[in-house]
Design a protein around this ligand. Structure first.
Ligand code: S3P
Length: 172
């Protein structure tokens, strides 16, 4: 299954929680790019630029998505970085959009704690988050399931996705 959504939505944490619940492997694209290149995402952005990062991201994501019984936490830009990304997901791959508001995203990732997001290191991070989200929403919204990451913590989201995968019905 694939998790998509903006920076700060909790994709990596949900992937880890879900991995515990399902016994599937959790795979984080950003981490895998860092492992393979031996460099951090901010360093890749700084030294090679966003376009080079997007190529690496596309390659790694495509490869990870081919595995069975895995949870892939995509990078926040993957779904919209090129046309047809969401359509390229296999029909038996559940896709979930962890939906977060730009305000909450900036609160979570702009605080200086945790991983640095090069795209939000700008004078007005909220305006940039609003712009990026507006641009990306059409792609994210193609996910099969949308869950509210502003309101629900990663564990609750992971349980909801587990139920979806196990075919346990929900009213939403
Ligand atoms: C990006 C999101 C980041 C990382 C990179 C670019 C984006 O991943 O891939 O900084 O374009 O939204 P997270 O969504 O895990 O923060």
């Amino acid at each position: 299954m694939a998790l998509v959504g903006f920076m700060g939505a909790g994709k990596s944490r949900v992937a880890r929680e879900l991995s515990r619940l399902l016994g599937w492997e959790s795979l984080d694209v950003d981490q895998e790019v860092e492992r393979r290149t031996g460099r951090s995402i901010p360093v890749i952005f700084r030294d090679e630029g966003e376009a080079a990062f997007r190529l690496l991201e596309a390659e790694v994501t495509e490869e990870l998505l081919q595995r069975d019984r895995v949870i892939v936490a995509t990078g926040g830009g993957w779904a919209a970085a090129a046309p047809g990304r969401m359509e390229s997901l296999a029909s038996d791959t559940l896709s979930v959009w962890l939906r977060i508001s730009p305000e909450e995203a900036v609160r979570r990732v702009g605080s200086g704690r945790g991983r640095v997001r090069p795209l939000l290191r700008v004078a007005d991070p909220l305006a940039e988050a609003q712009r990026l989200l507006a641009d990306r929403e059409p792609a994210y919204s193609q996910a099969r399931l949308t869950l509210d990451a502003d309101r629900f913590p990663p564990r609750a989201i992971a349980r909801r996705i587990r139920d979806e995968i196990l075919g346990i019905p929900h009213g939403d």
